[in-house]
Design a protein around this ligand. Structure first.
Ligand code: SF4
Length: 257
């Protein structure tokens, strides 16, 4: 009972948590298969890491923006000269756009990328004290930064698993493996986040990217040499691409030879 005269406090409304719907047998089976795939990739690519060369989080950010629609190898050819001339956000923020366009021309979409990296540098200098922010919300305010880039920065540099990096390899291979529908990168990311333990999100992306480069390429996946072959329904893979499995009898014969 409240003392007489003492202000009575209105009881705080408590939000009722909706109980999670139980997983269907199909969803449970899919999670188990996703786990096996993740373990297979971990065994094959134990030292997977971001392939973009960088010495600081600022350099990683700029390299990741430049990697849109471009190979990491090409970006790595361009960034040494760029970072030598513009090592920090304050330097790049005041850069002459013509100079940047010349330096990054070979990465494609160079005008947009120039606007993005100068704009991001200005915002980092003016609004974040020269430091690349470490939250998804703040990163998404930087020009040229969407979820994919923010996930790379958070996962690779800050060790925060906020999401799964869905680049062209992760998007393609997740669909082929039957882990996610071929819809949008955002839906693919949501599916992968639901299927995999959070601590694995960043490394899983790095490993799938390596697998995409080494084995499961866009044009000609090498299914016969793929360690995931027995777990992969190969959705959308053209049997005429040279990726078709050998008949089981021939595969057995090859393994016992
Ligand atoms: S089996 Fe083929 S389609 Fe499936 S992950 Fe391996 S290479 Fe890609």
């Amino acid at each position: 009972m409240p003392r007489s005269g003492a202000p009575t406090r209105k009881p705080r409304a408590t939000k009722k948590r909706q109980p999670k719907a139980p997983l269907t047998p199909e969803e449970r089976a899919l999670r188990r298969r996703a786990g096996r795939i993740a373990r297979g990739l971990a065994a094959e690519y134990p030292a997977a890491d971001c392939a973009l060369n960088h010495d600081s989080v600022f350099q990683l950010l700029i390299a990741t923006i430049l990697s849109a629609q471009c190979t990491d190898r090409r970006v790595n050819q361009v960034t040494p000269a760029l970072f030598a001339r513009y090592p920090a956000a304050a330097d790049l923020a005041d850069a002459d756009p013509d100079d940047i366009e010349r330096m990054i021309h070979s990465t494609g979409f160079f005008r947009n990328k120039t606007r993005s990296i100068i704009g991001a540098s200005q915002r980092i200098r003016d609004d974040f004290g020269g430091e690349v922010p470490d939250t998804m919300k703040e990163l998404l305010t930087l020009p040229g930064v969407a979820r994919k880039t923010a996930n790379v920065i958070l996962g690779t540099w800050f060790g925060k698993n906020e999401g799964v990096v869905v680049d062209t390899h992760v998007f393609r291979i997740s669909h082929r493996l039957g882990l996610a529908p071929k819809a949008t990168p955002v839906r693919t990311e949501r599916r992968l986040m639901a299927l995999l333990p959070r601590k694995e999100w960043t490394l899983f992306s790095h490993r799938v990217i390596l697998h995409g480069r080494a084995v499961c390429s866009a044009r000609k996946p090498r299914c016969r040499e793929c360690s995931l072959e027995t777990m992969c329904p190969r959705i959308g893979v053209d049997p005429g691409s040279g990726a078709s499995r050998k008949p089981a009898s021939r595969r057995r014969a090859r393994r016992t030879n």
